[in-house]
Design a protein around this ligand. Sequence first.
Ligand SMILES: NC(=O)c1ccc[n+]([C@@H]2O[C@H](COP(=O)([O-])OP(=O)(O)OC[C@H]3O[C@@H](n4cnc5c(N)ncnc54)[C@H](OP(=O)(O)O)[C@@H]3O)[C@@H](O)[C@H]2O)c1
Length: 283
Amino acid sequence: MPILLTGASGFLGRHLVQLLREQGRAFTACYFNHEPSFPAVRLPLSGREAALGQIAALQPTAILHLAAVSSPNWCELYPADSKAINADAPVFLAAYCREARIPYLFASTDLVFDGLHAPYDEGWAPSPICTYGRHKAEAEQGALLAYPETVITRLPLLYGWGGLLLNWVAEMRKGLPVSAFVDEFRTPAYVRDVAAGLLLLLRHNTPGIYHLGGHETYSRYEMGRAIAVAFGLDERLVQPCRQADVPMPAPRPADVSLSSEKAYALGYAPRLLKEALKMINQH
Ligand SMILES: NC(=O)c1ccc[n+]([C@@H]2O[C@H](COP(=O)([O-])OP(=O)(O)OC[C@H]3O[C@@H](n4cnc5c(N)ncnc54)[C@H](OP(=O)(O)O)[C@@H]3O)[C@@H](O)[C@H]2O)c1
């Protein structure tokens, strides 16, 4: 019987599908609005009853829940919709897994923190400053209450083909400048390393909260420069800007760097940014 993977059509989900296939694991990939090119089931998660009926029929052996609306600005503008998918769905899935007695892992975010006390380890209480972070923090708390065996992973900014990196490289290859914040700091990680980390934690199935940050803190601007260098592009195309220069619906915390020693000790091994970029450029 298969692992149920929600959000399989998303950035991280697609990389997980690739990894699960390489490992020869049985899984059911689920999407919502964007049907992927690989076999997948449409599973809307905004309506509890319909979703749970569908899941029960699929009889998963574990649920790996990645589906979310991951744009903080969108969540700020549409808080009711954000709550349904980002706060409510993770909790009813947790309750389902408790009833079914199967492992449950769900993806949260470094944006549950306010950005004033980095680096954050798992001992810090969430202190979100935007709706997306608030709903993810509610989901964490609700899921642990509904099913104390839940494995919660707080993910950092992810990069890789199909996400942030591709957009920037494509722009710069056309000679177009990209603007990047000098005053927003994260511990970015290569999306495929994080996918491997999620499967590692699912295998361990030790309940609790795990940070899956990379080893280094970077501003988006520093990341942009590193990407330009790795791809042989003109570094000057990466132009510095400040958060205050760009009006955005959602406030952004200044530094949500994660301390991820707990996951490193279990074998989570994200590559350093420059190492990962070199490898990505060769493929
Ligand atoms: N990417 C990052 O840097 C980052 C950082 C921290 C945490 N995370 C977390 O990691 C997870 C994966 O992120 P991602 O970047 O892969 O996100 P993404 O590319 O935006 O993908 C989101 C996924 O959720 C699905 N989805 C959205 N609304 C849904 C609904 N109502 N019902 C069912 N499925 C729905 C989407 O399906 P369709 O596309 O088919 O509609 C898609 O597969 C999310 O939980 C996100 O919060 C991501």
